[in-house]
Design a protein around this ligand. Structure first.
Ligand code: CUA
Length: 158
């Protein structure tokens, strides 16, 4: 069987690429421990109100200047809708939803999570600047989607 020279080059290039990509994925997954985000913690979406920590949504102090912020999203609100965070605090935000897919974006920051029923999504951030941040739902979730907002106030420590 005769294979044209250009076809050979192309075949070698294609197979080479395949090995390079598989190696990159393999190293990042098995050696570096990379995993797809946010699909690790599951929750029964019908029992969010009874499942800690979402049975008591809000800010919880977990250490020296460290906090956990547990938020429940539902059509069409975040609970709690207003949070005060001391400046410089390292906050791990945990969020889940009781009904449909919502978004959790804190405008002006790099916090942007998808909130899916059955899953808990988390993000850790240190709030270094005082000010007010608007939380928006950026996934269309129904008739009240455009009204689904919240607020984070970063305040000076007393
Ligand atoms: Cu919730 Cu859009």
């Amino acid at each position: 069987m005769h294979i044209h020279k250009y076809e050979k080059i192309w075949l070698v290039f294609g197979i080479g690429c395949l090995f390079v990509f598989l190696t990159i994925i393999g190293v990042s997954a098995f050696a570096k421990g990379n995993q797809p985000p946010s699909c690790l913690t599951t929750i029964d979406p019908e029992k969010v109100d009874q499942t800690p920590p979402f049975n008591k949504p809000g800010l919880v102090k977990t250490g020296d200047n460290e906090y956990q912020l547990n938020i429940v999203a539902s059509a069409f609100a975040f609970t709690p809708a207003q949070v005060e965070i001391p400046k410089g605090a390292k906050v791990t935000i945990n969020i889940t939803t009781k009904d449909v897919i919502h978004g959790f974006e804190v405008a002006g920051t790099n916090i942007n999570m998808m909130v899916e029923p059955g899953y808990v999504n988390s993000f850790t951030k240190t709030f270094d600047k005082t000010g007010e941040y608007t939380i928006v739902c950026n996934e269309y979730c129904g008739a009240g989607h455009h009204m689904m907002t919240g607020r984070i106030k970063v305040v000076d420590k007393q």
